[in-house]
Design a protein around this ligand. Sequence first.
Ligand SMILES: C[S@@+](CC[C@H](N)C(=O)[O-])C[C@H]1O[C@@H](n2cnc3c(N)ncnc32)[C@H](O)[C@@H]1O
Length: 283
Amino acid sequence: MNTPPLPDGVAWTAVLVAAQRAAESLSAAPAFRDPLAEAVLVHLGLAHPGQAPRFSEMPSEMAGLTRLMGDLVTVRTLHHDRLLTDVPVEQIVLLGAGLDGRAYRLPWAGRRVFELDRPAILALKEDVARAAGLERTAERTPVAIDLADDWPAALTAAGFDPSRPTGWLAEGLTIYLSRAELDLMLSRIGELSAPGSHLGIEVATSLRAGLLAEEFAEDGVGRVLSLFGSGPPTPPHDWLAGHGWRLAERSLAELADQHGRQVPRWFDPSRGGSTVWYFDCAR
Ligand SMILES: C[S@@+](CC[C@H](N)C(=O)[O-])C[C@H]1O[C@@H](n2cnc3c(N)ncnc32)[C@H](O)[C@@H]1O
């Protein structure tokens, strides 16, 4: 059977993340199950049904980056699952949703999940979900748009209600955007956030600076670095607070420890790696 080509540009990173979630999902003792991620890999010919992806058989760029990323995706997935599940909101907005499978796996009946990303990756997700016969666990509304465009208008037209509190998520996103794009995104989120809203956001210091010389040569590194934008200011505390949020902060080390996982060297400042923060921003 012919398999579709892998998405290109920054959409490729959505597959990279899905591959890591599928690997967790199909591991011997998974911390979560992600049927969408599993189905994505089968659909793209990167894994056989029910079998954990073998990174040795995958495109070398995906395998190389996965070696460097270690348990990052598993740890941050668990953290954001908890955060978004606990916030008392009826609407969730996933910014740069990619192949996030939360609307197919978390017990979010009665909640509305808006997924914002470019059209091609959301179309891929729908093809995968349809072909695999996946059932949604929340009401899911894709909003196919570039975050540089007028997404607040598209989101509102899709049924988002700015008068109600919202759970926003920017996971694996900020590194790909410029400072100007991020300022605009945070201003727009602020304008759409009723009291009681929360924003889960991941921010890292330069991931380029956190790489050792030999890690630069790892397959996939050049590709992902070429996709990075200037990112948010770091440390990001004043920037987030300046946009009107009260901050609760967790380090990757705390979260990894909580879930019994290792911090990958790339993201371990005590070993020369980058610093990664996870914020629960509230208003
Ligand atoms: C690393 S993936 C993360 C996906 C998802 N948040 C997750 O954790 O599974 C980054 C995603 O951001 C999206 N993205 C990056 N820049 C974007 C933009 N300007 N407009 C819309 N989506 C964008 C990409 O298409 C991709 O799906």
